[in-house]
Design a protein around this ligand. Structure first.
Ligand SMILES: CC(C)(COP(=O)(O)OP(=O)(O)OC[C@H]1O[C@@H](n2cnc3c(N)ncnc32)[C@H](O)[C@@H]1OP(=O)(O)O)[C@@H](O)C(=O)NCCC(=O)NCCS
Length: 336
């Protein structure tokens, strides 16, 4: 990649709502069982926002955690990019709400939407702005509150998702540690996983029977599964090739936490043993754009990831989108 200035991660953070919804709780809502959910997905419980909680609130929590980790003054942040499919508003952006709250007074701010791959897209954007010399310090956040867009009577989807936020802070550095990124999309598969915005896509919704227009997430689970188990190895192999490394040089695989079976199948195809795979899907379910930084933050906090190591981050999701980032992790928590 032809970027003149290197970038590295200097912080990671996360924030989840307090409310836990277990599989047993879901047995009371839909015809499902803890056993079915655990064996098909690996999920045991997920966090869900209360009525007074927002995506921006979780994003702010994750940002503050990452800022404390990095030990920086928020006033030095030049850019905030928030990856989300479930923003509080059409505008102002979630990134602007974060900017105001954390006191990043100099920062430019915008949202991007690439569903569960959003954080990989956001890292790539941050790398470009740093690499070109435009900005020095970039805060990227992934946040989603899919609980507001789920049909809680649809067992095919409501058991899979959870709410949360995760953040990374990137900074210009002499030693480049973001070794490569790889971004892909295939819009022909958009219908396979989608949340229609009925206010915009169907302007005459008022004259249509409300049931006819769903505002809920819909998904063809089997086809998305097949897509994911191919997309993950493809993205990692391509990102490794761009970084000039072999898959065996990677110390930790940090995959999007959508389904434990997808993670296992993709990891086996790539030859990763279980101890090199970062997962926390059992506790949080699929938190969409938040899932990779949330898993990364957890792994750092519990000591699984300790620098210096090389990590492969890989995401896939609605769009369809998929992508990967290969990076070194050498940062230390300023609070310890
Ligand atoms: C959704 C998913 C877990 C379903 O697992 P699966 O093993 O493929 O299950 P199937 O689709 O074969 O469904 C088997 C049966 O379980 C049923 N089922 C679906 N959800 C259920 C639930 N929560 N509880 C009990 N039964 C359920 C189905 O209705 C189906 O019943 P049928 O055979 O009578 O029609 C799986 O396809 C998946 O994870 N896909 C990817 C989804 C994803 O990751 N999306 C986000 C990407 S970012």
């Amino acid at each position: 990649m032809n970027l003149s200035i290197g970038a590295r991660l200097i912080g990671v953070g996360a924030c989840v709502p307090d409310s836990v919804v277990t599989n047993t709780d879901l047995e009371k809502l839909v015809d499902t069982s803890d056993e079915w959910i655990r064996t098909r997905t690996g999920i045991r419980e997920r966090r869900v926002v209360k009525d007074n909680e927002t995506a921006s609130g979780l994003a702010i929590g994750a940002a503050k955690d990452a800022i404390a980790f990095a030990g920086i003054d928020p006033a030095i942040i030049d850019l905030i990019v928030v990856a989300t499919s479930t923003p509080d508003n059409l505008y102002p952006s979630t990134a602007c709400l974060v900017q105001a709250d954390i006191g990043a007074t100099r920062a430019a701010a915008f949202d991007l939407e690439a569903a569960c791959t959003g954080i990989i897209y956001a890292l790539a954007v941050g790398q470009q702005f740093i690499g070109s010399g435009t900005f020095k310090t970039v805060l990227v956040i992934g946040v989603d509150i899919h609980s507001r867009f789920l049909d809680w009577e649809d067992r095919n989807t409501c058991v899979l998702f959870g709410d949360g936020a995760g953040a990374f802070i990137m900074q210009a550095s002499e030693e480049n540690e973001i070794l490569s990124t790889y971004l892909r999309a295939d819009g022909t598969g958009g219908h396979l996983l989608c949340i229609p915005n009925s206010n915009v896509a169907f302007p005459h919704a008022g004259t249509t029977p409300p049931k006819a227009i769903s505002r809920f997430l819909s998904m063809n689970g089997r086809v998305v599964y097949e897509f994911a188990i191919k997309a993950v190895p493809e993205a990692i192999e391509a990102a490794c090739a761009r970084a000039g490394i072999q898959v065996r040089d990677i110390d930790f695989l940090v995959p999007h936490q959508a389904n434990q079976r997808i993670i296992k199948a993709a990891a086996e195809r790539l030859g990763f043993p279980p101890e090199q795979i970062v997962t926390n899907i059992d506790q949080y379910g699929n938190t969409s754009a938040a899932s990779i930084p949330l898993a990364f933050s957890d792994a750092v906090k519990r000591g699984q990831i300790k620098g210096p190591v090389t990590c492969a981050l890989v995401g896939f999701g609605g769009g369809l989108t998929w992508g990967s980032a290969i990076l070194k992790w050498t940062a230390k928590d300023s609070r310890t």
